[in-house]
Design a protein around this ligand. Structure first.
Ligand code: TMP
Length: 206
């Protein structure tokens, strides 16, 4: 099963990814935890360029995010899934659609086309999106980098973007309340994973 975790910066994605990883491992499930950008050695270099490199325009950022993603898909995600493992990625394709599409206002149809090329059909089975009001997202940000934004309206557009994308693909999206305590967020996420797992297994063994 391929799970992605999405949300605005500061929403608590990495805590949730770790928590889910621990629960799955405790059930004896072989799970790989990763992130974008930066899930592979090449991706780490791309992440450094994106976060700390020179200024670049928004489409150059898109191609870098997508180069990282394509390499991640082909060298790590797809091989792990083919080997029967579970895979959890902290951010994936929805981050590009939402940050670059809704946040930076690039054309969504062009972004979808570029993202499709990058993932080559590998859509997640489940996307857990941690929802957090823009003010809280900004106040929770500990790390500042080139992509970090202090602009409230940017995060409002990003939050709205996640909601719109969730409405477009309700079969894989699950919205989680990010202003709840971390153990409650994990509990709701765990429930969503169990539900999805049951639905996938019903499809495989009707
Ligand atoms: P992170 O802090 O969650 O690792 O993400 C790094 C930053 O990159 C964060 O501000 C979100 C941004 N980002 C995009 O703008 N587009 C993307 O496609 C991805 C994966 C991340």
């Amino acid at each position: 099963m391929f799970i992605t975790v999405e949300g605005v910066d500061g929403a608590g994605k990495s805590t949730l990814v770790r928590g889910l990883g621990e629960r799955l491992a405790a059930e004896g499930i072989d799970v790989v935890l990763s992130r974008e950008p930066g899930g592979t050695p090449l991706g780490q270099q791309v992440r450094q360029i994106l976060l700390d490199g020179e200024d670049m325009d928004a489409w150059t950022e898109v191609f870098l995010f997508c180069a990282d993603r394509h390499h991640h898909v082909e060298t790590l995600i797809r091989p792990a899934l083919n080997a029967g493992k579970w895979f959890i990625s902290d951010r994936y394709v929805d981050s590009t659609l939402v940050y670059q599409g809704y946040g930076q206002r690039l054309s969504l149809s062009r972004l979808r086309a570029v993202c499709e090329l990058a993932i080559d059909g590998l859509w997640p089975d489940l996307t857990l999106c941690i929802d957090l009001p823009a003010e809280q997202a900004i106040s929770r940000q500990l790390e500042r980098n080139r992509l970090g934004q202090l602009d409230l309206s940017f995060y409002e557009r990003v939050r709205e973007g996640f909601h719109r994308e969730a409405e477009l693909t309700p079969q894989r999206f699950e919205m989680l309340k990010g202003d709840a305590p971390a153990d409650e967020v994990l509990e709701s996420a765990w429930q969503a994973v169990q539900d999805r797992r049951a639905r996938l297994s019903a499809l495989e063994h009707p």
